[in-house]
Design a protein around this ligand. Structure first.
Ligand SMILES: [Zn+2]
Length: 320
């Protein structure tokens, strides 16, 4: 894939994303990558995981630490060599094959970004239709079938999105992009003032503890006009089908002053600790997720966390 080839493919992807009021802007195209053993453009499961970790770390270097990373390869999934693309629901790095034409590659990029923007397994296509377990629309006529962007490439004939799909993609806009709001069509759009932070951990540094105790990625996003911070934290491995009792803590130097607060796990000046506990068997009614923000000095609860939700980050493959 040449830098111009990548840009042409992005141009094609943007044709599809325009209907969701989204636009991809190329920040950087590079050949060097990490995670692809042998540098052969063929990715097995472990290589894909390493590519996603590298992608997360690359995004951290951007000024606002957000965006999407597209990794082009000859064979995104060695297990099914003809698959043109793969993404993990909510992970910002997608892996795409450089296909025969920029239009095809662009469509696959747009499709995978659809998955990343939470068009996952069983997503709502219309009030009366859900996507299948692979996050895809069926091989039926019309915009909710093979004309939909979320139809797999072996029968996709167009790149349409329904109003429900667009609304779902918009829920994730502050995690991946710069956003603006147009209050009235007669006036120019106004930039949304946002705060953002992200971090990706290379992994397996949890000592002898099971991998569910190892944090992988964290994203925080908030609008300056709002008191709500949206966050997403992922662990290195899916939660097991047996009972767990796990507690995760994150320390924040919320006033950016090393002289206030306490030293917490090597970080000085921590004033607030976010604590999240997971217990029971994931996916069963007995599973519980609780959390609160704690004052690191007085150890009192400042506020509970709301709307906590545990999800499996499905791996979603396109089909060719
Ligand atoms: Zn797909």
């Amino acid at each position: 894939m040449t830098p111009d080839g990548a840009k042409d493919a992005i141009k094609e992807a943007n044709k599809a994303h325009k209907q969701a009021n989204m636009q991809l802007v190329v920040v950087k195209v590079q050949n060097a990558t990490e995670g692809d053993a042998g540098n052969d453009g063929e990715f097995n499961k472990d290589e894909r995981k390493a590519v996603r970790t590298f992608g997360g770390k690359e995004l951290e270097k951007l000024p606002n630490q957000k965006g999407l990373k597209i990794c082009f390869g000859k064979t995104p999934t060695t297990e099914s060599p003809t698959n043109p693309g793969i993404s993990v629901h909510k992970d910002p790095t997608l892996i795409v094959k450089n296909r025969a034409t920029a239009a095809e590659t662009g469509q696959t990029i747009a499709h995978e970004i659809g998955h990343v923007m939470t068009l996952g397994a069983g997503h709502t296509v219309t009030s009366t239709q859900k996507a299948n377990a692979g996050g895809h629309t069926p091989n039926t006529p019309g915009e909710t079938g093979k004309e939909n962007l979320m139809a797999p490439s072996n029968y996709r004939t167009d790149t349409k999105l329904t109003a429900d799909q667009i609304a779902e993609m918009q829920t994730r806009k502050y995690f991946v992009g710069k956003c603006s709001t147009q209050f009235n069509s007669a006036f120019p759009a106004v930039k949304d003032k946002q705060q953002f932070g992200a971090n990706t951990d290379a992994g397996n540094d949890q000592g002898g503890a099971p991998a569910i105790f190892d944090l992988h990625q964290m994203f925080l996003a908030s609008l300056e006009s709002s008191g709500v911070i949206q966050s997403q934290i992922s662990v290195q491995t899916p939660l097991p089908g047996s009972a767990i009792g796990a507690t995760y803590t994150l320390g924040f130097d919320s006033d950016q002053n090393a002289a206030t607060g306490v030293a917490y796990s090597g970080l000085p000046g921590v004033d607030r600790v976010v604590k999240i506990s997971a217990s029971g068997v994931f996916g069963t009614p007995g599973f519980s997720l609780t959390g609160s923000v704690i004052d690191a000095v007085t150890l009192t609860v400042v506020s509970p966390l709301s709307s906590l939700q545990a999800v499996i980050a499905d791996s979603l493959v396109d089909i060719d």
